[in-house]
Write a protein that binds this ligand. Structure first.
Ligand code: TPP
Length: 520
């Protein structure tokens, strides 16, 4: 066996069985090894940002890493924005990046680059193999490293000669790391804090937003009188009817300030303390109210579920939390195609256990609250703010959960970053319904332009935030990549088209000509 074949054997034995790939010449042995290994599924993505975003979506839904296969420093750097989002989501990802053969690097051929330097920027673990045998051994270590804590980015650089040279050693899977327990001091501190009678909130992130942990957090909130808040951009929130409701922190800093006013203590559970997404002249960056204490029950990498259970037991919090009621019957929306109307259609039509990838940007601000009482579902958000996440994320989620409906709520500007994901959805026949929010604008930037006080915009200024001239035809784009598509210009049309999508199977796209009332 060569190093590539041995690596594949090791990865499959370690439980990694899906590879999102965009290879080059230096990865040909790896491509061949994947082609000959029955345990590894190969999914070609036509841009590396799709590769990394799909790996993120896959792992958010399956709680184990997918493999990415990337080509030298240039390929890796194309994947970086969505790796940044994956890192912020605390997602396990294993990247295999090919490089020139070790002896070839000295000649400085055109694609030569400092691959380790590229990889270091957004990897938690990074190693370069030193031989064919080392390649397979590092493969097992990379999988293990990716499963540390809540999830990490592990990048293994594979020089081409290590892939083609002979490997002889047996390499088995390494044990999956278990998350560290929360220190006893954290528990006693939070018990004391929540028993003090002060105005409190639990701020939840990471695994605390999964159904079971949320229910425990709900019991704690009920027993202690604390509010339940979630971070603004969660990797995966389990919400909808029958689940414990949680108040999402708003996006704009002045809204967050208002939301948090009066709190005397915030207990962090897998979340960071609230800060403003950006700095604005004359506005606060740190959004914890003056005088409000911040306690940490658990960081995102620790055993959040156990910490919440222990805390609930210590507080005697054994009365079940309130749950979100299902939506009462209401008629299908009509008239203007607003984000709220889209949310109402989702509430009425999305099947139980759907997965929503939300990169709807400004439209998402309206759709999210409008789906509060929808059937139970998973809501995946833009964790790192690097746009171009949504379409790849929904592709990966659909690969991880082929029996669940995936709905990609997708702003048009962000969709253009990684539009190639549509082609992979068609090729893999994933059950994703893409809803493009066509507002022909970088709407959020029009709002931010005013908020940062950048002065009176000229037509040239505004031209940098506007997506018309030419108008993008999303139906044509989707059809060109093998995805059936329709356009909805009012709420009735959207409802009908979305109903068809929910009844059908396989990828489709609805171009929603949205009408927005701008927040802020
Ligand atoms: C990788 C990356 N590039 C650029 C930006 C800056 N940016 C933030 S929002 C945005 C435009 C979003 O427009 P769209 O997706 O159409 O959503 P809308 O604001 O219209 O709702 C841009 C360019 C970013 N966040 N990430």
């Amino acid at each position: 066996m060569n190093g590539a074949e041995k690596l594949l054997e090791t990865l499959v034995a370690s439980g990694v069985d899906v590879c999102f790939s965009n290879p080059g010449t230096s990865e040909m042995q790896l491509v061949s090894a994947i082609g000959n290994n029955e345990g590894m599924r190969a999914i070609l993505c036509l841009f590396e940002g799709v590769v990394s975003g799909a790996a993120d979506g896959y792992a958010r839904m399956s709680d184990k890493p997918a493999l990415t296969l990337l080509h030298v420093g240039s390929g890796f750097s194309n994947s970086m924005a969505n790796l940044h989002n994956a890192k912020r989501a605390h997602t396990p990802v294993v990247n295999i990046v090919g490089d020139h053969a070790t002896y070839h690097l000295q000649y400085d051929a055109p694609l030569t680059s400092d691959v380790p330097a590229h990889a270091t920027i957004c990897s938690d673990w990074m190693k370069v193999s030193t031989s064919a045998d080392d390649l397979a051994a590092l493969g097992a270590q990379a999988v293990q490293a990716s499963m540390e804590g809540a999830g990490k980015i592990a990048t293994l650089i594979a020089p081409a000669n290590h892939a083609w040279e002979e490997a002889t050693q047996m390499v088995g899977a390494l044990p999956v790391p278990v998350p560290a327990s929360v220190p006893e001091l954290n528990i006693t501190d939070v018990v004391e804090a929540l028993s003090s009678g002060k105005a409190s909130a639990l701020l939840l992130g990471g695994r605390a937003l999964r159904e079971d942990s949320l229910a425990t957090a709900g019991c704690i909130a009920k027993a202690s009188g604390a509010r339940l808040l979630s971070e603004t951009f969660a990797a995966r929130m389990q919400r909808g009817a029958g689940r414990c409701p949680v108040e999402r922190l708003q996006y704009f800093s002045e809204q967050v300030t208002e939301q948090l006013a009066g709190l005397e203590q915030i207990i962090l559970v897998g979340a960071q303390a609230p800060v403003s997404f950006f700095a604005y002249p004359g506005k606060e960056s740190w959004l914890v109210p003056d005088g409000c204490e911040v306690h940490e029950l658990s960081n995102v990498d620790q055993d959040i579920d156990a910490a919440l259970e222990t805390l609930a037991a210590r507080l005697g919090a054994d009365i079940a939390a309130n749950t979100t009621p299902p939506a009462p019957p209401f008629p299908p929306p009509g008239g203007l195609l607003t984000p709220i109307a889209i949310g109402q259609s989702l509430t009425l039509l999305m099947p139980h256990d759907s997965i929503v990838s939300d990169e709807a940007a400004t439209c998402g601000l309206g759709i999210f609250p409008a789906t509060e009482n929808a059937p139970p579902h998973d809501w995946l958000m833009l964790t790192g703010g690097a746009i171009g996440q949504g379409l790849p994320l929904s592709l990966g989620a659909a690969v991880a959960c082929p029996d669940r409906k995936v709905i990609a709520l997708q702003a048009d500007g962000s969709a253009m970053y990684t539009v190639q994901a549509l082609w992979s959805m068609a090729r893999e026949n994933t059950d994703v319904t893409v809803v493009i929010m066509n507002n022909r604008s970088y709407a959020i930037l029009n709002i931010e332009l005013a908020r940062v006080g950048a002065g009176q915009p000229t037509p040239k200024t505004l031209s940098m935030l506007d997506l018309s001239r030419p108008d993008i035809d999303w139906v044509a784009i989707a059809e060109g990549m093998g995805i059936p598509a329709t356009r909805a210009t009012n709420a009735e049309e959207f409802h009908r088209q979305f109903a068809n999508a929910m009844e059908g199977q396989g990828p489709c796209l609805i171009e929603a000509m949205v009408v927005q009332q701008m927040p802020g």
